[in-house]
Ligand binder design. Sequence first.
Ligand SMILES: [Zn+2]
Length: 429
Amino acid sequence: MRTLITGGCVVTMDPAVGDLKRGDVLVEDGVVVAVGERVEAGDAEVIDAADRIVMPGFVDNHRHTWQTGFRGIGADWTFAEYLAAIHGTIRPCFRPEDVYLGNLLGRLEALSSGVTTMLDWFHCSESPAHADAAVAALREMPGRSIFCYGAGYRRQGSVEAEIRRVRADVSGDGLVTMAFGLRGAEATSIETVAEELRLADELGLRTSVHVTSDGTRRPIASLHSHGLLRDTTTFVHANGIADDELRMLAEAGSSVSISPDVELKMGFGWPMTGRVLAAGLRPTLSIDDVPAVGGDMFSAMRTAFAVQRGLDGGGDGGSGLRARDLLEFATVDAAASCGLASRVGSITPGRDADLVLLRADDLSVFPVNDPAAAIVTAGHPGLVDTVLVAGRVVKRDGELAGVDLRALRERLLESRDRVAAAAGIDLSA
Ligand SMILES: [Zn+2]
């Protein structure tokens, strides 16, 4: 199967290939095989990319997708209010069917806005059936998804047994893979962290962990002193950690995921973009919670960029941050944080064809004088015209392929209403 994407402005995010003002991308059996100003492809199926920016798909390495039905209800919440409402009140009322629908529509939204790789940080693990429903939804959607099982949220029974059970089911290296959401040094003992990491190693799982330290507890220094920092762990938020702890993460090759809108709105502290760069690490970006913030990576890039420019005093003198860096954080750097550096994140011959075509003729970005700047400063989901995952077209001409959106919307509304009623939440207020 060969597809030629022709005549687009190609932002490859691969310095060895460079960007092309007008270029072609040839995809064969799901893999990019050629990028150039003119690529001959014989009888390949053609996607006309005139007036389009062609870029690698976004990578969101931290999203609690099951919450999708409650989009926007936490716009004004503090973190304490989020915990009370979502984890205290709403989560216990979720059935597996509700998880399934939240994950289905949430994954679909991400795909539609160009997120080809998404880590589903799952913490609605009320029962094995809940986890299975989350995985089933990810499998049904044609995106590259990582099911990250959060260990600290299981209501009953052995976490280890459940992780092993899910791992036996999600064992391949196909489009849906698995990761392990650690409890972390703030939430449990250092012995438990060590045990969880041993289990992750045994099962071949990368790990992700929330850090919401206020700066007084030095959780990274604690992990460092116990030899528990890995290059396979992504630390989410971590706003309160000290600069020397950031350097420990850099030394270990760990990743940092910044959810700029949630961190700012819920009082986690300033997003660490500049500090992470200063420590010698490349930041990555994530969405976190759609009850509180929007679900597209354009917004995350724009917030992170503006906040760091503000912290730098209105220039790039402090951090050296440029618009293009944000695009790297949301593609190549985030791909590396997911262990997918050799697979996705850039348009490179030999890598999987996870591609997004943006409308360059839309008035919000026209005329596109600098494509990376256009994407970061003015990009939005309405520009996402076409999306390919592993060469398969999942969105074309602005329409998602092969899904009955009307029926899915109705099912999500029914689920939301049932959960809200059970939780005693009045959504009409
Ligand atoms: Zn989170």
